[in-house]
Design a protein around this ligand. Structure first.
Ligand code: UD1
Ligand code: MG
Length: 410
């Protein structure tokens, strides 16, 4: 029966793709008129590009999911109306139903808050707060529905802690943090044409691949079906956006899309019970976050934009830089830049007057430090290639290695 629900979901997703592909070019003028545009900073004449298209993608995704709500229950024998009483049977999976609605509520909330961020251009501390607010519906429903806060222990820790440990409130802290991380991690690995959508497409593809592998193995079937129901329309609408956002971008996605994508991943990771595997698919984003920490937490000066610098003559991207003197940094900041320099993870130019110039600490700039100036399209392809490699590594860790560390109980 579940295959019928997946097939209907796939058909709705195909419809969503076709609808989005037609809508995107038609709405360009409307966005520009509403002042929702940004300058494409890596082009010769810095053209105006309509921004915040994530709001359109998010809406089409929500419409697709709203239409899909009854489908899994229509084909579920446990949910069929009782022929004798005419009411819903005792076996009706209320928990699954509420879970679906709460997941959509959280994603909807994130789209709304992301759009507010695009329009109001919020500060960094607010950006951390928004996903926390948006996960509240999910966490509260999780509390009412399950409140299961036990985690499985790896084999080597079982002698000490037992097979599983109840971590209570920390489980909720973890779920909230996952949402904050997923949303912001995509937003800060951004700034060159197509990268936000490109990475999200590969993560979505990886999650789907993982879900189908698990389904074929018969593991936690319901959880993986739940994830597929979200990932297919997400992939379809994002593919439509990719058509217009890849180099040279005709539309920008805005923070709305980054938050929407991150939240959708967090929701399927949490409710699908595969948050650890999900994090493995976020390896480039984790590395970008760790590399960025000195600037994110202001140990090293952080300019408003850290995207690479465009060179008109060669049409190539060069590293963008930040400048400081060692005595301006606090001791932790000095230690951080020293470690980065010793490990040769940054470009380093020391001027006679003591000024130091290094690249802005993003994965995009790091790729340019390693490979030298490249074309914008190539930079995006390189980072997407790295995302694919990370998926392969993640699957290797998840299967051969995890089977070794986590003996299956069921
Ligand atoms: C995050 C990054 C910032 C990066 C920006 C680019 C951190 C802490 N913040 O900020 O360094 O510069 O994303 O998205 O890492 N743009 C392009 N080409 C693109 C995409 C975006 O030129 O392909 C420019 C446009 O001017 C667009 C702007 O980036 O208007 C969007 O930036 P915004 O999303 O507001 O930046 P943040 O998310 O705050
Ligand atoms: Mg952004």
């Amino acid at each position: 029966m579940s295959t019928i629900a997946i097939a209907v979901n796939a058909a709705i997703s195909a419809g969503a793709y076709l609808m989005t592909v037609r809508m995107i070019p038609r709405l360009r003028d409307m966005f520009i008129k509403a002042n929702l545009f940004g300058r494409d900073l890596c082009k010769k004449d810095k053209p105006q590009v309509p921004e915040s298209y994530g709001v359109i993608i998010g809406c089409v995704f929500l419409i697709s999911m709203f239409l899909f709500i009854p489908i899994p229950f229509t084909f579920d024998e446990n949910a069929a109306t009782d022929a004798v009483t005419g009411g819903k049977p005792l076996t009706f999976p209320h928990d699954k139903f509420v879970e679906l609605i709460a997941a959509l509520l959280s994603i909807c909330c994130m789209i709304f808050l992301g759009f507010a961020d695009d329009v109001l251009d919020l500060r960094w501390r607010h950006k951390l707060l928004l996903p926390t607010i948006a996960t509240l519906p999910l966490l509260m429903v999780y509390y009412v529905n399950y409140n299961s806060t036990t985690v499985m222990m790896p084999n080597f820790a079982r002698a000490l802690f037992g097979t599983s440990v109840n971590i209570g409130i920390f489980y909720y802290v973890f779920m909230g943090s996952l949402a904050v991380f997923c949303t912001n991690a995509i937003n800060i690995l951004a700034g060159i044409n197509g990268l936000e959508v490109g990475q999200s497409l590969i993560i979505a593809g990886s999650v789907l691949l993982f879900n189908f592998i698990e389904l074929s193995l018969g593991h936690q079937v319901e959880s993986h079906q739940f994830s597929i129901h979200f990932m297919l329309p997400f992939l379809a609408t994002s593919l439509a956006l990719w058509k217009f956002n890849r180099y040279p971008s005709q539309v920008f996605v805005g923070d709305t899309y980054c938050y929407f994508a991150g939240m959708t991943f967090a929701v399927v990771g949490i409710l699908g019970h595969f948050s650890k595997t999900l994090l493995l698919f976020f390896l480039p984003q984790i590395l970008n976050f760790l590399y960025s920490t000195p600037q994110l937490f202001h140990f090293v000066p952080c300019p408003r934009h850290r995207l690479p610098k465009y060179d008109q003559k060669s049409d190539l991207l060069h590293i963008s830089t930040t400048e400081f003197r060692l005595d301006e940094l606090n001791s932790l900041g000095r230690l951080m830049v020293k470690v980065l320099r010793t490990l040769r993870l940054v470009s380093w130019q020391e001027h006679a007057d003591g000024r130091i110039v290094t690249n802005n600490l993003t994965l995009i700039n790091f790729v340019l430090v390693i490979f030298g100036p490249v074309h914008e399209r190539v930079a995006t392809q390189m980072l997407m290639g790295f995302q694919v490699l990370s998926t392969l590594l993640a699957l290797f860790i998840r299967y051969p290695l995890a089977n070794y560390f986590y003996a299956r109980e069921t």
